[in-house]
Each structure stands twice: as C-alpha cells, then as structure tokens.
Design a protein. Structure first.
Length: 315
C-alpha cells in the first residue's frame, strides 16, 4: 500500500482524518503548507496526495498557503502522481467567481452576482442590484465579508466608515439576497465524487457554517432573517434527502476533478434553490454524524485507503 499525503494548513481540521487513517492502518503523512520549499528539479515521493487547502487560510495567518499549494500540486501533477482535489479544485476553492461560472455550466442555479474591484466600482455595481443585497469576499470561507444591505446608501455609508473588510484577493462580490424563511441552508457532502448525505445547517444565529468541531461562531453577518429561539441543533443530517441537483453536482465534480467536497445550497420562500458555495476541504460535525450513524472522515479514509491499494497494485 502506498503512503497517503494530506496537504493542508489547519491541523485541527485535519486531525480527525489522520486519526481515521491510523485506525485503518493506512500509512500517511501530513504536509502543512503554511511555509515550505518545492524542489522542482527533484522527483516527489511516490504516493497518494490529497489537497485540503482552504480559501480562508489567510484568516489563520497563512496568507500564502494557497499559492504554495498551487506550486506543490503543479509539481506533483507534472510527475503524474495521483492527486485528489488537484489544481482545478484549488482554483475553484479560492474563487467564488470561478465556482459560479463552473456551476452554471451544469445548469445549476446560483444567486445573481456581480464582481467588483474598487469601492467606487462596488457602488456602481450596487446601483444595478435589487435591494436588499449582500456583500461577500471572492476568496472567502467562514462567511468572510458577508453583510446584508437594504440600500445603496447604506453600503456607501458603511464603506465610508471602513465597515466593509476587503477580500484578500481584492475582488468583492455583490450578491442577490436569498430570503430563506426556515433560516437554514443545506450542505451536500460527496465522497469520491458521489453523494454521501445532506446536512441541514441552522443559520438563525449567524452565517459561520463550518461544521468542524474546531470552528467557533464569530461575529459574522447573517444574510438570512427571522432569528428564532434556539430549539434545534445547528447541524442535522437529513435522512433520505433527495434533490434533482444531486446528479448535476456529481457531474460538476467529475468535470472539475474534485474527489471530496461539500456543496451548499439555500432555498427561498418560493421554493427556488440556489447553490452558493463549493468547499473542497470539507469537514464534518461529529454530533450530527453520531445521530445519523455515518462518519464522513471514516468514509474519506476508506476512499483514500482504496486509492493507496489500487495504486500499489498498478505499480
């Protein structure tokens, strides 16, 4: 069996996967890519490489981790290593604009969105949006930059006061506000490109949607209304979830060479469902999984074990 290498920048998010690989006796090593060297004139080790780089790495002090990961992935792919969630997946992870255009290619509805660079340009774009609308970062994760505005003037005043944090890549998004009456979103999880389960996420207390146990809900702005008394778990797996979007999601993942992912959708008062985020470094919530009896990291480890075994036989 070949060794499995996990490329990442967040030890807390990665530890459950490493534990699952250990439990299965899969040889593995983690590469933390906050800083590093890429020896382009040398051959990389032989093995299975799984990229878990996050678009929100800069929020943890790892500003150039995605750029370093891109260099590593290019090196690995040039040497024909088995790379899961490779350069194409990374490209989509760090750009919501790229995500939306790729999703639309598969007939998957996304919210109306305008990308802008510059505060004056952001205000010009806002003139074309119906109110209310939200802002968000193009390279984001963790709900970064998400604020709701009821008018262009409100956005103008907030910009003037320095109340809109810029996206780390300079690209800000103005997006259609989706009124979700249930104050929930649905996150569909995929292992080896195939649907595993859907988890309902309660957004009534904020829009920090990371299901990992290490995540903490911060002072994020919520683009949904109707705060309500807390009477349901924040994360809850939906038994027998079905959607015509599942087949389209799987086709999207296949075309973009994405092996593991979580895809988030939101449904408005008229029953229209919009897809607004693709997470290629997906995490899972242990409480929700314990209630359901399926464990994403264990399933991911089994998939990696299979890749490692198949590659060893071929060599």
């Amino acid at each position: 069996m070949k060794k499995v290498y996990i490329l990442h920048e967040n030890r807390e998010w990665t530890q459950p996967l490493l534990d699952a690989l250990t439990e299965l006796d899969v040889p593995h090593e983690d590469w933390h890519l906050h800083e590093g060297i890429v020896p382009l004139d040398e051959e990389p080790p032989d093995g299975i490489f799984y990229n878990r780089m996050s678009a929100s790495s800069h929020s943890r002090g790892h500003r150039y981790a995605p750029e370093l990961t891109e260099a590593v992935l290019s090196w690995l792919e040039r040497h024909d290593r088995v790379v899961l969630n490779g350069t194409r997946a990374l490209y989509l992870e760090v750009s919501k604009v790229a995500q939306y255009e790729a999703l639309k290619k598969h007939g998957i509805p996304v919210p109306q969105t305008i990308a802008a660079v510059g505060e004056n340009q952001l205000l010009q774009a806002a003139e074309k949006m119906e109110t209310p609308f939200i802002t968000k970062h193009n390279r984001a994760g963790k709900g970064l930059g998400v604020q709701r505005f009821n008018s262009v003037n409100s956005l103008k005043e907030t910009l003037a006061s320095g109340g809109v944090d810029p996206s780390i890549d300079g690209v800000m998004l103005l997006q259609q506000y989706i009124d979700a009456p249930a104050s929930t979103i649905t996150r569909c999880e995929f292992i080896n490109g195939k649907f595993m389960y859907a988890v309902q996420v309660d957004t009534s207390e904020g829009f920090e949607l990371c299901p990992a146990d290490a995540c903490q809900i911060g002072d994020q702005f919520c683009p949904t209304d109707s705060p309500e008394t807390k009477s349901r778990p924040k994360f809850e797996i939906l038994p027998d979830f079905q959607s015509p979007l599942i087949q389209k999601y799987e086709a999207f993942l296949k075309e973009n060479q994405i092996t593991f992912a979580g895809i988030e959708q939101i449904t408005d008062a008229e029953g229209r469902t919009y897809t607004y985020d693709v997470n290629t470094n997906t995490n899972y919530n242990k409480d929700a999984e314990a209630a359901y009896g399926v464990y994403g990291m264990k399933e991911m480890a089994k998939a990696l074990q299979s890749y490692a075994g198949r590659s060893a036989i071929r060599s």
